[in-house]
Design a protein around this ligand. Structure first.
Ligand code: CS2
Length: 494
């Protein structure tokens, strides 16, 4: 095998004889978009849409400057430096077809930890028109039960006392917006791209709660000038594996230290409320609608909830991937019944969407055998995901008298998983969750207090007071603790 070509700007033409490469100019000063949280999802989604626009010649003045606010982002920083911010997106089709393509829409990357001033300056610069975010469901720093901003977070406390030493997204945005206002520059749009219902409204509320404590006048200016569109984002993007890196090198002759893999499906529905202009994303399939609410709810309560249902039950059973879950008849019919009987009834009609088709396509997407999306990715940070994806549906169904038994079994499985950290064969499961200690401490009391897990109020709210739920939950959690044969209970539930 010939030595693979290192992916970078100088080698782009040579790389282009192997796989498609950007055909547009990539000047690092055309960064109308600053994006905070450059994970695989952003690289497979927004950056890909911008790449398509650039390819068509519609986005000459738009490029992305990525921002990393966490220590862990230094890995990407180093790789991007070597690769001139170029990376390969590998689309994996269900029939085995693989389509790698080099994406060039990210043209710069800055680290908040090592160089905060450069990040503030970039966000505050006149040509920054949009600051978009994928900071994960947990990154918004609110209590999912009360919906209030969490002022107890030590980083937030630090920022309130040291406004010029930002650490979180709120600190950086506030410092940069203050500079802009003081310089008489127009505001930018803050565009949340995370899986949270009303993500824009929540970002706005959290941002204003934070800024009001620091500078009331600035809060008023932000409230008037900054748009926070709601948006629904969708593309399944598994964690990149070493096998992905090797196969790109061996089969396509390209050395890329951190490619991204994803499914062919992609969707972005956004409210058209931008403070300072936006790229013509509609030319590449982004849907602009007056109200994203119904789309967000549909996606979170069907796709994301469906993932969590399969992920948590699958982890306990010992299925390694989402497609392995779907191949298992009991899992796929459990999922479909949950979607039909518990998630769909609360959605109502969504204009222009046939929910049956949507669910059929979801199951097909989950079944994609090439994606191999790990249940561990899905289960990670469940404490930030489940309140929004699944527990909200339990609350809704309790209010309307709907079914709750499918979701209840998942919550009981989550309790066992958090307590024991192993599957039913006794194989260890690594629990990746900021709340892992609290989850474990609550769950381990289950044998003496079956409802101990549900007493975690920030996750479950007042579910503990609902007799219908507590009775059902107590029964199933006790069964799981007696015998972890989760598939048996799934069969019994269907
Ligand atoms: C997943 C999502 O995080 C999760 O648990 O459900 O990452 C999902 O793959 C994406 O939202 C798909 O758009």
């Amino acid at each position: 095998m010939e030595k693979p070509i290192q992916l970078n700007q100088a080698n782009l033409q040579e790389v282009g004889s192997h796989i498609p490469v950007p055909n547009y100019s990539r000047a690092s000063d055309k960064t109308g978009i600053v994006h905070i949280g450059v994970g695989g999802f952003h690289r497979a989604h927004q950056a890909y849409y911008l790449h398509l626009l650039n390819k068509e010649g519609y986005a000459q003045e738009w490029g992305i400057c990525g921002i990393g606010l966490r220590e862990a982002d230094s890995k990407l920083y180093d790789i991007f430096k070597k690769q001139d911010h170029l990376y390969t997106l590998i689309v994996k089709h269900p029939d085995g077809k693989i389509e790698p393509e080099v994406i060039g829409s990210i043209v710069d990357f800055k680290m908040g930890i090592t160089n905060p001033e450069s990040v503030i300056a970039r966000i505050a610069a006149a040509d920054t028109k949009i600051v978009s975010l994928t900071i994960t469901e947990g990154g918004y720093n609110f209590n999912p039960n009360t919906g209030e901003f969490n002022f107890d977070n030590p980083d937030i406390q630090h920022e309130l006392q040291n406004p010029n030493d930002p650490k979180t997204v709120y600190g950086f945005l506030t410092t940069a917006l203050k500079r802009r206002r003081d310089a008489g520059l127009p505001a930018f749009t803050i565009l949340s791209c995370d899986n949270i219902e009303h993500n824009g409204d929540i970002t706005r509320r959290m941002m204003l709660a934070f800024v009001a404590r620091q500078d009331a006048d600035l809060a008023t200016w932000i409230a008037q000038e900054v748009c926070f569109p709601n948006s629904m984002v969708d593309r399944i993007t598994p964690v990149t594996t070493l096998a992905d890196i090797d196969s790109l090198a061996q089969n396509y002759g390209v050395a890329d230290a951190w490619p991204v893999t994803c499914e062919p499906f992609i969707q972005w529905v956004v409210e058209d409320k931008f403070s300072n202009g936006r790229p013509a994303f509609e030319k590449v399939g982004v849907q602009f609608v007056p109200d994203v609410g119904p789309y967000e709810k549909m996606k979170l309560r069907l796709l994301n909830a469906g993932h969590s249902v399969l992920g948590l039950l699958g982890a306990l059973h010992g299925h390694p991937t989402i497609n392995a879950c779907i191949e298992d008849e009991v899992f796929s019919s459990y999922l479909r019944t949950f979607l039909d009987q518990e998630a769909t009834p609360i959605l109502g009609n969504i204009e222009g969407i046939d929910l049956e088709d949507y669910k059929d396509s979801l199951l097909e997407r989950f079944a994609n055998p090439n994606i191999k999306d790990s249940v561990s990715r899905i289960c990670s940070e469940s404490s930030a995901k489940l309140p929004k994806f699944l527990i909200a549906t339990v609350h809704d169904n309790l209010a309307t008298g709907g079914s709750i038994k499918y979701a209840t079994l998942v919550i009981a499985a989550w309790c066992y998983y958090s307590d024991k950290g192993m599957d039913r064969h006794g194989h260890p499961i690594e629990i990746i969750d900021v709340m892992s200690i609290e989850l474990h401490q609550a769950a381990e009391q289950t044998t003496t207090d079956p409802l101990a897990f549900i007493r975690l109020e920030s996750l479950f709210g007042d579910l503990i007071k609902n007799e219908k739920f507590t009775k059902m939950y107590t029964e199933v959690v006790q069964k799981i603790y007696t015998d972890t044969n989760i598939k048996k209970y799934m069969k019994d539930t269907i």
